[in-house]
Write a protein that binds this ligand. Sequence first.
Ligand SMILES: *[C@@H]1O[C@H](CO)[C@@H](O)[C@H](O)[C@H]1NC(C)=O
Ligand SMILES: *[C@@H]1O[C@H](CO)[C@@H](O)[C@H](O)[C@H]1NC(C)=O
Ligand SMILES: *[C@@H]1O[C@H](CO)[C@@H](O)[C@H](O)[C@H]1NC(C)=O
Length: 492
Amino acid sequence: MVSTSVINICLIAITLLANGINADSEFVMRELQVDMEESNSEVITVKKEIDIEIKDTKETKYEPNWASIDSRPLPSWYDEAKFGIFIHWGVFSVPSYVSEWFWNYWQGNSPHPDVVKFMEQNYPPGFTYADFAKDFTTEFYHPDDWAELFKESGAKYVVLTSKHHEGFTNWPSEVSWNWNSMDVGPHRDLVGELATAIRSKTSIKFGLYHSMFEWFNPLYLEDSSSNFTTRNYVTQKTLPELFEIVNTYKPEIVWSDGAVGPVEYWNSTGFLAWLYNESPVKDTVVTNDRWGNGCACHHGGYYTCQDRYNPGKVQNHKWENCMTIDRKSWGYRRDAKLEDFLTIEDILSTFASTISCGGNMLMNIGPTKDGIIAPIFQERLKQMGSWLKVNGEAVYSSTPWRAQNDSLSEGIWYTAKKGAVYAFVLNWPTDNLLKLGEPVSMGTESKVTMLGWANALAWSVSGKEIHISFPDATVSELPCQWAWVVKLQNFK
Ligand SMILES: *[C@@H]1O[C@H](CO)[C@@H](O)[C@H](O)[C@H]1NC(C)=O
Ligand SMILES: *[C@@H]1O[C@H](CO)[C@@H](O)[C@H](O)[C@H]1NC(C)=O
Ligand SMILES: *[C@@H]1O[C@H](CO)[C@@H](O)[C@H](O)[C@H]1NC(C)=O
């Protein structure tokens, strides 16, 4: 009895050691509940899984250089989460025309004729971008409802724009005088209210997007015209903001963007060393890779590389596909057409290909200036949630399998978990017969099921192919309406 329990724990320890936990590690066993059952014939079963937290007794001090910053292991919650929601919200949600780059398209270096004309036709001469802020009213912003919707979507984290390139802070920043959500517009702490709602209503992780640069900030423009030899903008604006949002809202993700300028200018490694060594979220926080020129896809936490990054191959570093339901914009657009929005089939195809290659998907919605999440976004989120209720087993905490997509049939992506292989089947197979070229049966113990479907599926081996009979069912009997997941046990 006792000896079996010890053996089990030893096996776990060996596994952890094999996974690179060093000898200084201390095993803190939380809720160590190994319920043993002994029958007359001495058959013993371990009934509950053991929840172990590993704590490094030797505290790592990160140095402000990439070699050190990049050596930090990514907190495991992030890879397990797979699916997050991105929210682009700001003063750009007031004109809500073309995209969140509206101001830049109006008055930046290469104006968009559409936007210039829109301003000429609809606003008086002398109207400034700042004049939009008073109409950022947010009167229908009910963060508790947002939190409920996000929970229903099955997402495990959210990332809200605390400040986009326009510079308007969605929290009452000390360093954004009269250009923040408390002084003008909402007269509310949009960031703080969402943080509170998410944390009190859900177990979703709360993250913040933050733009390092601002298109029109005079200090930034001065620094950049001095070829970044002066750093007034960084010391008076960017870094104080980053410290503020981390200390005040304790985000589990700091999603940096718009870091146009050298890393030394931004002092990104200095900030990250503080974040990892001393900040209130030092053990759990996750960051991305947009910390200065040349960083994307090379340095920081997980890699985002570029927007909608989806390499179609396994990467040797954790990555995220940030994408948006509205193909043309991250911010809300009043004039978006139905066909501009991804369908749930499009989204599940992107999701399956992303997670099978080791990525997470961060899917964006753009709320309106009044604080409404438009029904089209609600529908997509709820569709994701209904699908994940059935198929979450193949998603959360899964890992890439040896093959990412099938070699024979198109539109099949794989994940693996606890010895099982999961095939995401994006299109219902012709004649109900799915042919797979990758899985190999390991004998009579092999079993094929569909998640959410009670009966095992009939299958056979045909040369190097596995043939699987899909349920002969009506649409309403099916466990879900899109992207069915086949679970293969005892296949390799
Ligand atoms: C600007 O600074 C970079 C180094 O950060 C240097 O390589 C480049 O030559 C400088 N450009 C000018 C015009 O001084
Ligand atoms: C960079 O950031 C670190 C941590 O906040 C700080 O100690 C250091 O003085 C900063 N260096 C510069 C050049 O700003
Ligand atoms: C598998 O995915 C790769 C990369 O996306 C693609 O080039 C290839 O055609 C796919 N194979 C099949 C059979 O669809």
